[in-house]
Design a protein around this ligand. Structure first.
Ligand code: GMT
Length: 380
């Protein structure tokens, strides 16, 4: 098949998964065309059958904000027409599903056909899409998609409830990992650099949005450090980073906190982690937690959204209530101070990530969605 993929190219789970999906589809013989405003961050070097088409944006004094959605629709249409795309797969509904619908309509006027598959990832449904300025157009764009997928049962249910979309139309296809990349014991190991005195390493990877509650990460760390030698490693960046540093300073633990900034590949870092913290307010899936599990790090997180579908309670880590900093710290201390429990959770997390979420299991499910959409469009 010739598949178009639109995603956010910047750091974030939806862009990461969309890119890994495109790479994997190309390895399976498909031709993949990414359409976005910049090259997706995990795309890296040249790969056979993978193409990137940059959306051209005309700056004009009248525009305070240039209309990206329209320029994207034009590029999606242009690529579809020029290379003969079989379908367009967009990740994150806003505004990608709307642009793809416009591209589809333009092509239809010329006698062409561009089925659209929309994958819902998280805040496009649970936060941004609920805002009055986006709700109606998000609902319209989802309903007019030829195929709809969501990354967890939780997200599919939320979409049906909050947007009135027929639940039967939404297929759940979970996020996935490449077990050859995400596994314990990666080399080079950065353990000595991150924790030179053999301290335990607590890690958090995110875009530092308020929804991630990075302040709680610091508070959990402060409690853990009161009981055992530990360091906290932050990977990623975003608006709440200064607040995280401020809290670390207030609590007198800033000397044990490392901010590593954004990294395109986090596998080498995750495999150094003794524990992964994700105390989010809301999380439709928690790709970072899955990647940590695959690398052998037990997870302490919140029991919200789709996280219980990923983090098997008591087996691969612990889930607690939002804001239950004491509970999460106690769970972390229990795991870190019991080598046998740590080994068991680490092995179980890795095994579960591979058994349930390896790309070899998940990518064919996207291919099946494409096939059914093409069969449906053909029959219409
Ligand atoms: O919606 C966001 O906060 C960003 C989004 C992204 O683009 O990274 O994250 C969502 O999609 C990820 C990939 O499917 C999920 O693993 C995250 O759980 C989800 N974020 C939230 O639900 C907050």
């Amino acid at each position: 098949m010739r598949i178009g993929i639109t995603c956010y190219p910047t750091y974030g789970g939806s862009g990461a998964i969309a890119t890994e999906l495109g790479i994997s589809l190309a390895e399976r013989g498909h031709e993949v065309h990414f359409v976005s405003y910049a090259q997706p961050f995990r795309l890296g070097h040249f790969r056979e059958r993978v193409f990137f088409h940059e959306v051209e944006m005309e700056q004009y004094p009248l525009f305070e904000h240039a209309p990206y959605s329209l320029a994207l629709a034009v590029e999606q249409h242009r690529v579809a027409e020029r290379v003969g795309l079989d379908l367009m797969h967009v990740h994150y509904a806003i505004p990608h599903a709307t642009s793809a619908w416009i591209a589809q309509q333009m092509l239809a006027e010329e006698g062409g056909n561009l089925p659209v598959v929309t994958t819902l990832h998280g805040t496009d449904i649970t936060l941004l899409g609920l805002h009055p300025s986006f709700h109606r157009i998000t609902r319209f764009s989802i309903e007019h998609s030829d195929g709809i997928t969501a990354v967890s049962d939780f997200l599919a249910d939320e979409t049906a409830r909050d947007f009135g979309v027929d639940r039967g139309r939404i297929q759940v296809v979970p996020n996935f990992i490449d077990p050859e990349i995400y596994h314990p014991g990666k080399e080079p190991c950065h353990r000595a650099a991150l924790a030179p005195d053999g301290e335990k390493i607590l890690m958090h990877v995110s875009n530092f949005r308020p929804v991630k509650r990075v302040e709680d990460v610091v508070r959990i760390y402060a409690r853990v450090r009161g009981r055992l030698p530990a360091r906290l490693v932050f990977v990623g960046d975003g608006p709440e980073r200064p607040r995280a540093l401020q809290v670390a300073e207030e609590l007198g633990v800033a000397d044990g906190v490392l901010f590593l900034g954004k990294h395109a590949s986090v596998d080498e870092l995750l495999s150094c982690a003794d524990l992964f913290l994700l105390p989010s307010e809301s999380e439709s899936f928690g790709l970072a937690a899955l990647e940590a599990m695959a690398c052998g790090a037990p997870v302490v997180a919140t029991r919200v959204g789709g996280l219980p579908e990923v983090v098997v309670e008591d087996e691969v880590g612990h889930l607690l209530g939002v804001g239950d900093v004491d509970g999460m710290a106690e769970a972390a201390i229990r795991i870190l101070s019991d080598p046998q429990l740590h080994r068991r959770m680490s092995a179980a997390g890795h095994a579960h990530a591979v058994a349930a979420f390896a790309k070899e299991r998940v990518v064919p499910r996207y291919e099946a969605v494409y096939q059914s959409v093409l069969a449906g469009v053909g029959a219409a």
